[in-house]
Design a binder for this molecule. Structure first.
Ligand code: F6P
Length: 558
């Protein structure tokens, strides 16, 4: 494993974030505007709803229903400038080693650079390398989709199981669901991530090993969960196929660790590589997207990459004032650091985006769940929020009550589409109009609420009236696109990638390492042998952990 070599790639900050003039000005501004209501902001400016909106890469963002005055936005943009967001963005795009604790460049944007463009890393153009892998993936995918990739016994592969976890799972799971409309319905696609054996057993229960291909997806090819599942998959296959040679037809790998892949028994011809400058949670557009390409075919996959690139270019070139990821990041930072919001709810009003919040949890929380700055000092401000959510309208009948009338401030991102992929009408109206009416109604209700006067004017009895009051002033973004296409999905994902980047840049943290997941991994490795009934009875953890291990061991022994 690479030892971290701290090498700050950029000049360190001249001052702590909280001492910067823009931060101080934002604190003062917050005091002055603490009682400001969205009702007043909208009443004072008839154009606000259109003025505070922006279009880029096929996405329309309405950010007018956030608790921001023009001065708030100006100060937030000043903060972005004082914290060197533009220089940091340029450093990322040009391959500087901005992931200082792992001494790595952060070049996922090169994964979607068009053929023929140039992205230099230490003087080497990585774009041809990227496209060479994409070409190999396309050839393989076409064979499987044409049913000419045959299993060991000569039957075509019709089932694909991706084995991976975290960034080697969440992106493909989310995108395969998001683009299901465009997928080959004759190909069964499953995902196994959890080390809980039940997931593997249920995933393969109805599959024929002769027709099943496993993609072992792991950047490091050392991750405990993935290796355990890959070994079980191998045993499951070979149990039926009875020949080691079958591995070549039933297993492919996606990894940066060619040696470990080979040691597992998958040869180089069936290995799709990527590079250490692609972070796990930023790897969907690397070969980690192989399962997605199998599902939707190369052309749709390339459209997805084009959408990512559209947003990359917008982020790289648009002035901060008109830069969608920058504005979303700064407004989010205002909620987190000045208004005290702890979470962000992401609420896609599209069935196909059901896994988008789960995907964003890793993207955002693994990136910006950090407590020290790039130079290792403890931060004295809040960093990444808790990300959560699920598709509308289901959430409206579950947790929206708390968003509307609870005591916490919960900013929300609403995501919807103008055209549905599945037009369906009925006596109550067009399903899609019903769906989208809920998007618009929710953001309206959250912003403007209902006053006591309004409630009483409706004739609600006095005792009941307080229960019927909606304070409003709940901030929301609304993202609208024409329709959920691969290209739009690419732009949407890249929007959030860059939003997370900008917040990390302002917070002066490393958004590209994940040391926080290490301790649990190490301790689990230590506990595994202790769970054996034949293990030494002596345990040296704390009394709680010792008691839990003993109880488990005793239960297993009996
Ligand atoms: O959760 C930690 C992590 O390292 C993620 O960053 C990564 O996406 C995941 O584990 C899987 O890692 P790998 O692709 O190396 O198996």
């Amino acid at each position: 494993m690479t030892q971290p070599v701290p090498q700050p790639a950029l000049p360190s900050r001249p001052a702590r974030l909280t001492t910067l003039p823009a931060w101080k000005a934002l604190e003062a501004h917050h005091q002055q505007t603490v009682s400001l209501h969205l009702r007043e902001l909208f009443a004072a400016d008839a154009e606000r709803g259109e003025r505070l909106s922006l279009e880029a890469a096929g996405l329309y963002l309405d950010y007018s229903k956030n608790l921001v005055a023009d001065e708030t936005l100006a100060l937030l943009l000043q903060l972005a400038r004082e914290t060197g967001v533009e220089a940091r963005r340029d450093a990322m795009f040009t391959g500087e080693r901005i992931n200082t604790t792992e001494d790595r460049a952060v070049l996922h944007t090169a994964l979607r650079a068009p053929r023929g463009s140039e992205v230099l890393l230490d003087g080497h153009d990585v774009v041809p390398d990227v496209h060479q892998v994409l070409d190999r993936m396309s050839v393989f995918v076409e064979q499987v989709r044409a049913r000419t990739w045959l299993g060991h016994t000569g039957k075509p592969i019709i089932n694909v199981v991706n084995i991976g976890i975290g960034g080697s799972d969440l992106g493909p799971v989310m995108a395969c669901r998001a683009l299901e409309f465009y997928s080959d319905r004759q190909l069964t696609l499953r995902f196994v991530s959890n080390v809980d054996g039940s997931e593997f057993v249920e995933a393969v229960r109805d599959l024929n090993p002769e027709e099943t291909l496993f993609i072992v997806s792991s950047k490091t090819f050392t991750t405990q969960e993935t290796m355990a599942n890959a070994q079980s998959a191998r045993a499951w296959s070979l149990d039926a196929l009875k020949d080691e040679a079958a591995v070549a037809r039933h297993f492919v790998a996606v990894s940066t660790n060619a040696d470990a892949v080979q040691a597992f028994g998958i040869d180089a011809a069936s290995t799709f590589g990527f590079w250490d400058w692609v972070g796990g949670r930023y790897s969907l557009t690397s070969a980690i997207g192989l399962s997605l390409m199998l599902a939707v075919g190369p052309q749709h996959y390339f459209d997805l990459l084009a959408g990512f690139h559209d947003m990359d270019e917008h982020f790289r070139t648009a002035p901060l004032e008109q830069n969608m990821p920058v504005l979303m990041a700064l407004i989010g930072l205002w909620h987190t650091d000045f208004l005290g919001a702890q979470t962000l709810a992401v609420l896609p009003y599209d069935h196909y985006l059901s896994q988008f919040p789960a995907y964003l949890q890793q993207l955002d929380m693994e990136s910006n769940g950090k407590h020290v700055t790039l130079t290792g000092e403890a931060v004295d401000y809040q960093t990444g929020p808790v990300i959560w959510g699920q598709p509308g309208t289901n959430g409206q009948h579950a947790f929206y009550q708390l968003i509307h009338q609870g005591t916490r401030l919960i900013p929300c991102d609403f995501i919807g589409f103008i055209q549905t992929l599945n037009p369906l009408g009925g006596p109550l109206g067009h399903h899609h109009d019903l769906l989208m009416a809920n998007v618009f109604a929710q953001t309206e209700a959250l912003a403007f609420g209902k006053t006591l006067e309004q409630v009483l004017a409706e004739g609600v009895p006095g005792g009941l009236a307080p229960h019927r009051v909606f304070e409003g002033n709940r901030p929301t973004n609304t993202l609208l696109a024409d329709r959920l296409t691969p290209r739009v999905l690419g732009a949407l994902i890249a929007l959030y990638e860059h939003k997370v980047f900008v917040q990390g840049a302002v917070w002066n943290i490393n958004s590209f390492d994940q040391w926080g997941v290490e301790l649990g991994k190490v301790l689990a490795g230590r506990i595994v042998p202790e769970l054996s009934v034949r293990a030494e009875p002596e345990l040296s953890h704390d009394s709680s952990t010792n008691a839990l291990v003993r109880r488990y061991r005793a239960g297993r022994g009996s």
